[in-house]
Design a protein around this ligand. Structure first.
Ligand SMILES: *Cc1c(COP(=O)(O)O)cnc(C)c1O
Length: 404
């Protein structure tokens, strides 16, 4: 080796036949010849070459290897390989945020004149991105009721390239039959993209159900402790290579430090998702019994209109639930303000339980008509159930109920 350095030989974990819990802690893992057991963080913007000839070969694409962290970074790659293994995809591409994932996907795969069909019950910024910004580039989007398969079918046009959905939806837990919509997409040569933020691969694996691309806001459960903003796309080599090509030019890449945090998050993801689901189910049943609660929205409840679909396509029901209280906005705000343990914040997917009033926060930008159509009422409260003791959470929600 030149320049006084020995090249590190990487030893990589390569078994693909392991269960999800094993992939969560092992996939993507590799060691340098320092023999470290923990995963290293490569905080470097660029990489050095052993010679001018090697530099030329790397830049020219004749030899593989790192050049610059906007293109590739070993820590980011380790995170990508782990989430790809967990989602069952060929390749993952990490991005600066969940929104950067959707933006990069759209700019890599769509062009002027293309059409998108999107669930109307998706994350607010996702609606704005399609409706306001992609439309400026000549990409039109139609929004449909996510539960209505015939609407998905009849809204497709010859120029439809992409179908986009989120299931269960936020905050009302409306479900979309992923396998059925995938079939509709493929008949028309379109791709189905599923935002798997709410359930994660621990509880739902859209690629196995026929989706072409899975998208995550890693900010939520993948991190799981509310520390970093990030995103990721998982799919086939073909589409992911296109997205990677856009990201290395467009610069919507993930920082190595954040990738390391998300990798730590993935290690406990299956464990956390089981615990979040168990507590949320207990609370959903309990809330249904409480005077002052009008309605509870959670796909784990047997009286949820799509409970059978939830049992079929999900391996659990997740940590997010919503409920309507007796009264109006003031009652909902009194309930929220009376709690002492849970955090009043718009984020979700944290070990800390969070509470929010969608009508005036996460969904505040929607018009009254859009809210009415989507079923966002002023007495609705969303709870992202964390890992505190269920008894303490019940005591806290009782403070809210007493304030009604
Ligand atoms: C938060 C969120 C996003 C956006 O992700 P960011 O990391 O905040 O950019 C997209 N989809 C869903 C379902 C989300 O909850």
């Amino acid at each position: 080796m030149s320049k006084g350095f020995e090249r590190n030989e990487r030893i990589q974990f390569s078994r693909q036949d392991c269960a999800l819990d094993t992939l969560a802690v092992r996939a993507g893992q590799w060691r340098t010849d320092e023999g470290e057991h923990g995963d290293p963080i490569f905080t470097t913007s660029s990489f050095v070459f052993s010679s001018a000839r090697e530099a030329a070969a790397r830049f020219g694409g004749e030899e593989p290897g790192n050049i610059y962290s906007r293109f590739t970074n070993p820590t980011v790659r380790a995170f990508e390989q782990r989430i790809a293994a967990m989602e069952g995809g060929e390749r993952a591409v990490a991005t600066a945020s969940g929104m950067a994932a959707i933006l990069s996907l759209g700019l890599a795969l769509l062009k002027c004149g293309d059409h998108v069909v999107c669930s109307r019950s998706v994350f607010g910024s996702t609606v704005s991105l399609f409706d306001k910004y992609f439309s400026r580039a000549g990409i039109q989007t139609s929004f449909v009721d996510p539960t209505d398969l015939s609407a998905w079918k009849t809204t497709i046009r010859p120029e439809t390239r992409l179908l986009f959905l989120e299931t269960p939806s936020n905050p009302l837990a409306e479900l979309t039959d992923i396998a059925a919509v995938a079939e509709i997409a493929h008949v028309h040569n379109a791709l189905l993209v599923v935002d798997n933020c709410f359930l994660t691969p621990a509880l739902q694996r859209p690629l196995a159900l026929g989706a072409d691309v899975v998208m995550h806001s890693a900010t939520k459960y993948l991190d799981g402790q509310g520390r970093c903003v990030g995103g990721v796309l998982v799919g086939r080599d073909k589409e992911m290579e296109e997205v990677f090509g856009f990201i290395r030019t467009g610069g919507s890449c993930m920082s190595p430090f954040n990738a390391w945090v998300f990798m730590k998050g993935l290690e406990t993801l299956p464990l956390r998702m089981r615990a979040h689901s168990e507590s949320a189910l207990t609370l959903a049943h309990w809330l249904q019994q409480q005077p002052g609660i009008r309605k509870v929205y959670y796909s784990g409840l047997p009286d949820h209109p799509q409970h059978a679909l939830a049992c079929r396509q999900q391996q659990g029901f997740g940590g997010v639930l919503a409920f309507e209280v007796d009264g109006d906005r003031d009652a909902a705000w009194r309930f929220i303000d009376a709690t002492e343990v849970v955090s009043i914040t718009g984020n979700l997917g944290d070990v800390k339980t969070t509470i929010t009033h969608p009508d005036t926060t996460t969904h505040g930008r929607m018009t009254a008509a859009e809210k009415a159509q989507a079923g966002i009422r002023d007495n609705l409260i969303r709870l992202s159930v964390g890992l505190e003791s269920v008894k303490d959470l019940q005591d806290d929600l009782r403070r809210g109920l007493a304030a009604l």
